[in-house]
Design a protein around this ligand. Structure first.
Ligand SMILES: [Zn+2]
Length: 155
């Protein structure tokens, strides 16, 4: 039983570290899984903005890869010595210094559950030692309004 608790603790810590410290690491993983990847309109619009700024005319920054955007991407790729694909890919984003906009997981983080106690003014992650007496699950989003994060379990 003890090892299970330990494992849960490690897992939740790893989750916390991954979600806060390494967003680029996560997107790298996604890319390696799907090579023929489509980018969302925000990312595309950012690419278009940057290309326009550099004098590669994409037309309007509508967030969709049309003929002009494709042509602009191609000439940029040529100029930069990248593989000329006419499509947005990782090297292109890097060359343009565009951060890929990953669909937000706000719906998930809203449902992230933390725990408060009868008496305390802090909120905790499940498994924190301060939860031994009482624990009431509440969503993290509302806990942030009225409680402070515990300094021991750092939810
Ligand atoms: Zn705690």
């Amino acid at each position: 039983m003890k090892t299970v608790k330990k494992l849960i603790c490690i897992l939740s810590l790893a989750f916390c570290l991954a979600s806060s410290a390494a967003p680029s690491l996560i997107s790298n993983n996604i890319v390696s899984e799907a090579s023929a990847k489509t980018y969302n309109s925000t990312t595309i619009a950012n690419v278009q903005k940057k290309l326009n700024k550099r004098g590669y005319n994409c037309g309007s920054t509508d967030g969709a890869v049309g003929k002009r955007t494709k042509a602009a991407i191609k000439s940029f790729q040529k100029k930069k010595g990248l593989k000329v694909t006419g499509a947005i890919n990782k090297p292109l984003l890097k060359a343009l210094n565009v951060k890929e906009t990953v669909p937000s997981k706000s719906s998930n983080s809203n449902e992230y559950i933390v725990y408060v106690t009868d008496t305390g003014e802090k909120y905790h992650r499940s498994g924190c030692r301060y939860l031994s007496r009482s624990r009431h699950p509440i969503p993290l989003s509302s806990a942030r309004y009225t409680y402070e994060p515990c300094s021991v379990c750092r939810p």
